[in-house]
Design a protein around this ligand. Sequence first.
Ligand code: NAD
Length: 347
Amino acid sequence: MPTGHHAFCRYEPAGVVVAIAPWNFPLMLETWKVAPALAWGNTVVLKPAEQSPSSATRLARLATAAGLPDGVLNVVQGVGEEVGAVLTLDPRADRVTFTGSSATGRTVAAAAAANLAPVSLELGGKSANVIMADCDLDVAVEWSVRAIFGNAGQVCLAGSRVFVQRPVYDEFVARFVAAADQLRLGDPRDPATSIGPLANEEHHRKVTGYFHDLPAGAKVLCGGPAGDGTWFVRPTVLVDVPPDARVCTEEVFGPVAVVTPFATEGEAVTLANATRYGLNAMVFTEHLRTAHRIAGRLRAGTVWVNCFNVRDMRAPFGGVGDSGIGREGGTFSREFFTEPKAVVVEP
Ligand code: NAD
């Protein structure tokens, strides 16, 4: 560039953002989209999941009461295949940000592609939880329980595939099963409840289907469907499951963990990466070098070391492979929700 010119970047609003959200953490996931999109000067059309409509409407009412001008945050309710499809196909959509299943994500990406609208896709997961023999087992068990049984496993980040190094395998499994058995099922409105029922009948049917389809030899150490006509599934720990079983390869989205032993670090990485998903992973070890080495080798958007789902809103959030396209959070949200413009001024 000739000397003396002043080049700078303006981050201009992208325009109209279509935001589509799932039912499992409705308000939280909606705000992760709405807040940065508005902060960067866009207007938003938000479509919550048809199973969880009310928090989005309340959010919009609160925004109006707080003085947000009409038309800045719009909530459109409706069934995904109808209303969601119309929104993603609309040529007035300048950005489409979607959180939901990988199958729907493909449909949304294809719809947005027709208008060349950039998409951000936060999709499903089948996350690995790697327990090294040198870990603090109290820490590993506590976080592993939270990682798969929180929200009854209806979490994209759920640590559903647990890989444990052989020297601590038996002890980990014994403690993990004991902790799972202690979780209290009940009414989610009761503070003493650890696990509520699954979100709806259709989802309950999907999750319990995995129990009818377990391969020969698979052992259920604890849990299983409550079997009393309710939508509860008890915290479940499975072992001796072949890696190609459906419960190991597909996102169950329920309180079901498969625990598998491994010998070496390399074997753990190979097992962890043997999935089309790549949202996040966890590593439990007391050695910083081991943590860095394994974190570098795992194919995932986020790796949590000795913890789970600790979200720094400035950090990138998103996945690789079937877990999505793009990142949101901090400056990554700015890149997506704005149109950067280079301006070069002659001196
Ligand atoms: P879903 O894909 O069925 O629905 C998500 C949203 O998409 C809903 O609002 C739905 O109405 C809408 N939709 C459905 N069909 C559509 C279409 N053809 N066009 C446009 N929109 C359409 O997902 P779900 O069952 O509501 O949520 C569970 C899934 O979401 C799981 O796979 C979970 O892993 C994933 N999820 C991912 C994250 C993440 O951050 N990566 C977070 C939470 C949930």
